[in-house]
Design a protein. Sequence first.
Length: 111
Amino acid sequence: MIGRWTAGAAVVAALVMPAAAPAHEGHAHKVLGTIAAVTDTQLDVKATDGKTVAVAIDAKTVYRQGKVKADAKILKLGERVVVEAEQAAGAKMMTAKTVTTAAPTPVAARK
């Protein structure tokens, strides 16, 4: 009897739990971490799990500093970021839709 319950639980768990898979097209992915490298076309983010994720950036990428729209000049090595990206069918890497850094610290709070 216990064997059947164990086997049944394993089958249910296999059906309910999603399989681990690399980024795939069709929906947005979030990458949280710090900027490890940045060029005109690519952003490397050291994710919270310690792995580095390369994300393409292009003219359509939107940059935000907190909730305020910014430009690519806000990207600095070591800066914490949240990247929302999508992977197009056949693409080798994800392309950033938005890159968000922390809001600037007010001058009064820096003291």
